[in-house]
Design a protein around this ligand. Sequence first.
Ligand code: UDP
Length: 327
Amino acid sequence: MSILVLGGAGYIGSHTVYELIDNGYNVVVADNMSTGHKEAVHSSAKLYIGDIRKEEFIENIFENESIDAVIHFAAFSVVSESMEEPLKYYNNNVYGTMVLLQSMEKHNVKNIVFSSTAAAYGEPQKVPISENDKTEPTNTYGQTKLSIEKMMKWQSLAKGLKFVALRYFNACGAHISANIGEDHSPETHLIPIILQVPNKKREFITIFGNDYNTPDGTCIRDYIHVTDLAKAHILAVKYLLNGGKSDIFNLGNGIGFSVKEVINAAEKVTGFEIPKVIGKRRLGDPAKLVASSQKAKDILGWKPEFKDIDSIIQTAWQWHKNHPNGY
Ligand code: UDP
């Protein structure tokens, strides 16, 4: 069974490639290396370096490889940048996926698992958030992911494409081997930023607002381990190959942790005190985002294994401690 992983050199992509290989799949990775890392690509995967927006590049892969399903992570994902350069995000994320879907149609590749996001919901009407809740993104990044979901829907109705869109909440942690992990530049995510303090890369952490309507005033998020996300992609591939219908699933732990709680957990795990400064709210940050992942559990049979925030941070710390400068 051969799986093409687009964006397989990125954070969630590389962890998914490791899981696929551990489960006996043949893996082909395509990545333009704009934000990915060669060192993150498992040595047993075949790597094509190029851009999905280039038709010849993607055509060449489908002509040379016999692909049973595609897992698609190739996208820009920095929320603040997406607000400054919206067309950059439409071009890479939406147009890039359009070229991919055209090529899949031409080569009769029917199955795709797509990396979507909780940012598709925007400000939630209620928590936990379910898949049928209102989708009204508050940033361009989330909007491009939602647009791609719609594009896949219409392509599935017209041409028989079969897709699963996985809406992740806050991906975090690192592979248990600590050989691969999170390495973004610039880093914007809470846990790697916190861990820069014990790693002597930063003196303090700025908490973006402590006047939210939450018990300790800081934002609450649903932190889900990257390996649990990776496992959901494999279940989604199996689901599609077994005849499952196109669908959308949330992926989160269903438990919320505040920014302060995450900092406290990181202090416990690392044994370092982490100085904190209260800063301004970050534009577009909802107070509380927590997933209902009941649907993924019921239909895909998904069971996240990393339940508590300490063990998630522990895996992230192992990676960052051993790779203070990333790859
Ligand atoms: N956050 C923070 N300080 C930072 C980075 C993040 O207080 O230096 C907060 C952010 O406002 C949000 C939470 O941490 O409430 C998680 O942010 P992250 O960027 O990791 O993920 P997001 O929820 O935006 O996808």
